[in-house]
Design a protein around this ligand. Sequence first.
Ligand SMILES: *[C@@H]1O[C@H](CO)[C@@H](O)[C@H](O)[C@H]1NC(C)=O
Ligand SMILES: *[C@@H]1O[C@H](CO)[C@@H](O)[C@H](O)[C@H]1NC(C)=O
Ligand SMILES: *[C@@H]1O[C@H](CO)[C@@H](O)[C@H](O)[C@H]1NC(C)=O
Ligand SMILES: *[C@@H]1O[C@H](CO)[C@@H](O)[C@H](O)[C@H]1NC(C)=O
Ligand SMILES: *[C@@H]1O[C@H](CO)[C@@H](O)[C@H](O)[C@H]1NC(C)=O
Ligand SMILES: *[C@@H]1O[C@H](CO)[C@@H](O)[C@H](O)[C@H]1NC(C)=O
Ligand SMILES: *[C@@H]1O[C@H](CO)[C@@H](O)[C@H](O)[C@H]1NC(C)=O
Length: 442
Amino acid sequence: MGLFLSLERSLALMLISLIAACTLSDCYDPLDPNGNITVTFDINQWIPEGYVARVTIQNYYQYRHVDKPGWKLGWTWAKNETILSMAGAFATKQGNCSSFKFQTPPHSCEKSPVIADLMPDALSENKPDGCCHGGLLAAWAINPSKSFSSFEMTIGNLVTNPNVQAPINLTLMAPGPGYTCDLIEDTDPSVYSDIGGKRQLQAYRTWKSTCTYSSFVANQAPICCVSLSTFYNPKITSCPTCSCGCREADKNTVSCIREGYSEPESDSFDNNDIVQCTDHMCPVRIHWHIMTNYVTHWKVKLTISNYNYERNYSNWNVVIQHPGFSQSTTAYSFNSTMLPSFGFSDEVALFWGIEYYNDELLYAEEDKVGAVSTQILLRKDLDSFTLRNGWALPRRIYFNGEDCQMPLPDTFPMLPNVSSSLKPTNPVFLLCIYLTFKRLFT
Ligand SMILES: *[C@@H]1O[C@H](CO)[C@@H](O)[C@H](O)[C@H]1NC(C)=O
Ligand SMILES: *[C@@H]1O[C@H](CO)[C@@H](O)[C@H](O)[C@H]1NC(C)=O
Ligand SMILES: *[C@@H]1O[C@H](CO)[C@@H](O)[C@H](O)[C@H]1NC(C)=O
Ligand SMILES: *[C@@H]1O[C@H](CO)[C@@H](O)[C@H](O)[C@H]1NC(C)=O
Ligand SMILES: *[C@@H]1O[C@H](CO)[C@@H](O)[C@H](O)[C@H]1NC(C)=O
Ligand SMILES: *[C@@H]1O[C@H](CO)[C@@H](O)[C@H](O)[C@H]1NC(C)=O
Ligand SMILES: *[C@@H]1O[C@H](CO)[C@@H](O)[C@H](O)[C@H]1NC(C)=O
């Protein structure tokens, strides 16, 4: 059996180094290296003391969406700009407008305004296109048509002959901290189509900034973990203990408070969760069960469980990296798509709920958790498929864009011994066992 053990060990080391490469330091997400949220200011009209601009927030993250309570965008004006009016969003504070005497009061005189989105049912007299989604932005790979938000603002108080300057220090809460925005810079003017695409309009001037997420900046505790089981071994590998925090010593407590973001002052965004007490303390657990081994296919059951007592996850998504996704894959109860794998050898699949059926991952109640699940049927690539060495287990899983804690390979459910009475003594024997395994399980 030495051969199997050493194979297992080398696989274990490989997996550990793969995982460590990206959780120790603050590095970008290797599964979505081009992801960002781009903020564009298009000046479409000059007015005597300022301009009219359309601001668009576009989410280019493949599987990171902006959830309730929605985005908040802030910046600092370079000069004495004032927001005279706004449509499709609102500034959270009007600020000190007392120097504006004989005119309609401006919308906001703050030096550093913070803008929030209107709800879809808002009674705004003119709603610009793409506005009013309550601050929600869908992930790009899931619903591009809902992945952006726009609003319009009229900027004044720039004295005569406005020599306009882009705002500085753009900040994006989406909804919590974690995003860092570049300098706002001049770029080629945006071009829009009009009259059903027959006419092109061009902005007078366009400023752009891209904001990128880092879980290190967000300073967020892990939110999910992975557990594993198989049909060939009764052992269930549970989530690593303390994956998302450690439970209270008193094992009889049913509900635990889990601290979320460690920046409580951040815009009064309260992210403490009340979760069911478990050894892993994660609000979300993802379970991968290898169900069946057919001749040409194999089947997995994927279950996503919500341990929060008060929080539903709307429009949840799960990313799974596994070499088996290179073959045709059918998920029965989730919607799914393949993502570009950016040179990784293992394919990456994205799963999300079906609208009105299971796109809402409900909160936990007294003694049961909220859960959604699907069976996934994968075709076998007969050259690579095997049940040995945990090959059929996932390499990496994300929930809503956050990396989930995987169990260590030495706890994986392994193929059972063929028979304890068969004591392998020489290489020929090993070969026999190997061939038996191959026949039985591939
Ligand atoms: C932002 O994302 C878009 C789409 O993936 C990409 O074209 C663009 O280069 C990205 N911007 C930056 C600065 O990375
Ligand atoms: C802003 O307004 C103040 C007072 O009205 C004026 O003194 C100052 O020069 C203005 N700053 C700019 C950059 O226009
Ligand atoms: C508001 O602004 C005016 C003039 O710009 C200033 O005199 C007044 O002190 C300000 N009020 C407050 C509360 O800051
Ligand atoms: C912009 O942000 C930097 C870093 O937070 C800060 O030092 C600087 O004072 C800010 N500038 C303005 C004008 O607020
Ligand atoms: C969660 O969803 C259920 C069912 O749609 C709803 O009744 C409940 O109010 C939601 N809870 C929260 C905290 O959003
Ligand atoms: C599944 O996703 C595709 C692509 O985004 C979409 O067209 C389709 O409507 C979705 N199906 C369901 C049931 O949500
Ligand atoms: C396989 O056999 C070895 C040696 O007898 C034993 O230590 C190990 O626990 C067995 N593994 C399983 C999964 O039964």
